[in-house]
Ligand binder design. Structure first.
Ligand code: HEC
Ligand code: HEC
Length: 172
């Protein structure tokens, strides 16, 4: 896709594989979620200086094409994880933390972190990106649709954030 090659490839890769850990993987992400995020970056609802510049002036129609492209790319990437950290992360992901009121991530994002039409896929995402987003949700610095995830992320400790991110990154 032309627009991918000229505008997105540098950071997210042609197949949405995002070779560098600071840029989120887009491959196999749900199209409705992608479309929503692109509009929110353009319209200033989700703050990111980088992404707002990238999509400035783009039309909904172009966003639909981009969402269709990246959502149909094969996922197939995962990060090898430190086993001890991933063990803690798996507990949080599948059971939450009843002592601090953290709900299990699987209850919304699904057993394998594949998400739903409305909820983003998390499986195989770069841990560094996940960790950053969880911190932003906790502080309400992720500015669009943060109500649900704020109530989750604000209850996570730094160790829980690190470990759940590492575990999710290892999911296929
Ligand atoms: C210069 C690097 C760069 C380029 C080029 C770029 N992006 Fe991004 N993109 C980022 C960064 C950094 C983020 C994370 C923003 C944040 O922290 O909220 C991001 C986030 C996203 C997200 C949100 C993903 C999620 O899981 O919520 C989408 C969707 C996205 N980019 C699509 C695109 C598309 C489509 C293009 C091409 C039109 C593009 N990006 C070009 C750097 C880039
Ligand atoms: C009650 C439902 C619910 C639960 C439980 C939940 N989430 Fe979410 N999560 C959401 C919603 C809704 C969004 C999308 C927010 C948006 O549209 O901007 C989201 C988005 C995210 C994102 C951003 C993904 C991206 O690509 O930028 C991450 C990371 C995330 N959740 C991690 C987690 C983790 C880790 C847990 C468990 C500790 C968890 N979530 C539990 C509903 C939930």
């Amino acid at each position: 896709m032309e627009i991918v090659d000229s505008r997105c490839v540098l950071c997210h890769g042609r197949e949405g594989e995002s070779a560098s850990a600071i840029y989120p993987r887009l491959a196999a992400q749900h199209p409705d979620y992608l479309l929503k995020q692109l509009k929110d970056f353009r319209d200033g609802r989700r703050k990111s200086d980088t992404m707002s510049d990238m999509v400035k002036g783009m039309k909904d129609e172009e966003f639909r094409g981009l969402a269709a492209w990246f959502s149909t790319r094969k996922p197939g990437f995962r990060q090898p994880a430190d086993a001890d950290l991933a063990g803690v992360g798996k507990y949080i992901f599948t059971k939450g933390n009843s002592f601090s009121g953290v709900p299990a991530c699987v209850s919304c994002h699904g057993t394998n972190g594949h998400g739903t039409q409305q909820l983003p896929r998390l499986a195989g995402q770069h841990p560094a990106y996940l960790e950053g987003q969880l911190k932003e949700f906790g502080d309400r610095e992720r500015t669009n649709d943060n109500a649900v995830m704020h109530s989750v992320a604000s209850k996570l400790t730094a160790l829980e954030i690190r470990s759940v991110s590492v575990y999710i990154g290892s999911l296929q």
